[in-house]
Design a protein around this ligand. Structure first.
Ligand SMILES: [Zn+2]
Length: 95
């Protein structure tokens, strides 16, 4: 497991997303809902150190509002647990 893949895995964990096996060998990894296992996207491993944190920081409101993530609502719940005020503001803004 490369350092960047480990960084990506660690960055996605708090929002309730798990990294799965590579789709294309060592290039793209499936993202799955950590609660129900539904595939929620892919992520490439060509990111530079620190980029995944920036990306997830920018996507936080979309996860909080349920516009990104699994239909089961796990990522929206995680966003509410991580930052209740920001999650509530995002839900209001995107409602
Ligand atoms: Zn789910």
């Amino acid at each position: 497991m490369s350092e960047i893949v480990e960084e990506i895995r660690t960055a996605y964990a708090p929002i309730g997303i798990a990294l799965d096996a590579p789709v294309t060998y060592g290039t793209y990894y499936r993202l799955r809902c950590a609660r129900c296992g539904t595939m929620v996207g892919n992520v490439g491993d060509k990111l530079l150190p620190g980029m995944i944190q920036t990306l997830l920081e920018e996507q936080f409101d979309l996860y909080a509002a349920g516009l990104l993530g699994c239909a089961c609502g796990h990522q929206a719940e995680r966003a509410r647990a991580l930052n209740p005020a920001r999650a509530e503001a995002a839900r209001t803004r995107f409602a």
